[in-house]
Design a protein around this ligand. Structure first.
Ligand code: CIR
Length: 254
């Protein structure tokens, strides 16, 4: 599939109050802005036209736009974030997606779902059950996908923030994953590149238009990725990873 567009939201100064389970350092706002600019340039280098939304100071995590919507070739689904402080972010993305899609659905309570838990492979969507996404939310998403001839299945995510924190697609039949996902039955038909525990941040990559974007600073994972693509681009997102954000979370792509 050829991707042509991405939607991103600049980080606000409030990013210093973003949710963090890892409890690492507080992000530096100026550095985050600069890294975000470089992230946008990397998407553009992959051939995407990037729609940049202005920062939303009220919602510290709103730069992680991936979590508030699932884009499919046929429709978009506005999610229901499981993190209470992120629930109102959907109000800010809905008018934007209105201009791109005529078929718009919403996940509703008691369902919760965050886009970081949704990994699309062709017309199938793997949906992680995490602290942020529950079974009711996953089932609502599967019912919507099935209306359009797409499908979904559920994968348990016991130890990570989101499914895609630990596994992403990097080539047609190849995934990159942390060890706990690499051995799951659900992914038995894929070739899997397994990252070492100290390089967990490399499991969240974006494969786009023949190139692979990876987080900077994971040399062993880079070597693995170079076996499936001659165009691996490193992007430094250290400030976002301090609050558990990865590369995919920073954009919606279509
Ligand atoms: C959060 O905890 O919601 C944010 N600080 C990080 C969200 C990362 N999103 C993602 O992995 N899709």
């Amino acid at each position: 599939m050829i991707f042509t567009q991405a939607i991103v939201r600049s980080p606000g100064q409030s990013i210093i109050s973003g949710l963090s389970e890892s409890g690492r350092d507080v992000p530096n706002y100026q550095t985050a802005r600069e890294q975000h600019r470089c992230y946008v340039q990397a998407l553009e280098a992959c051939g995407l036209s990037v729609h940049t939304l202005t920062a939303e100071e009220n919602w510290p995590d709103s730069t992680f736009v991936e979590d508030v919507a699932v884009l499919t070739p046929h429709c978009t689904i506005i999610t229901a974030p499981g993190a209470e402080s992120r629930q109102r972010e959907v109000d800010a993305i809905t008018p934007v997606l209105d201009s791109y899609y005529s078929d718009i659905y919403r996940i509703s309570t008691p369902g919760t779902l965050e886009g970081g838990d949704v990994m699309r492979i062709g017309s199938h969507y793997y949906i992680g059950l995490s602290n942020r996404t529950n079974e009711a939310g996953a089932k609502q998403l599967i019912a919507i996908l099935e209306k359009y001839g797409m499908s979904g299945s559920i994968v348990a995510v016991p130890n990570l923030l989101h499914l895609k924190t630990g596994i992403t697609q990097v080539a047609e039949n190849t995934l990159i994953a942390v060890a706990e996902f690499a051995t799951l039955q659900a992914f038995r038909d894929f070739n899997i590149l397994t990252v070492e525990p100290e390089e967990q941040g490399a499991a969240n990559c974006i494969a786009i238009n023949g190139k692979i974007l990876m987080s900077a600073g994971f040399p062993r994972a880079r070597k693995l990725l170079e076996t499936v693509s001659s165009e691996v681009i490193e992007v430094d997102i250290s400030e976002f990873s301090k609050i558990d954000g990865g590369l995919t979370c920073l954009s919606l792509r279509r």
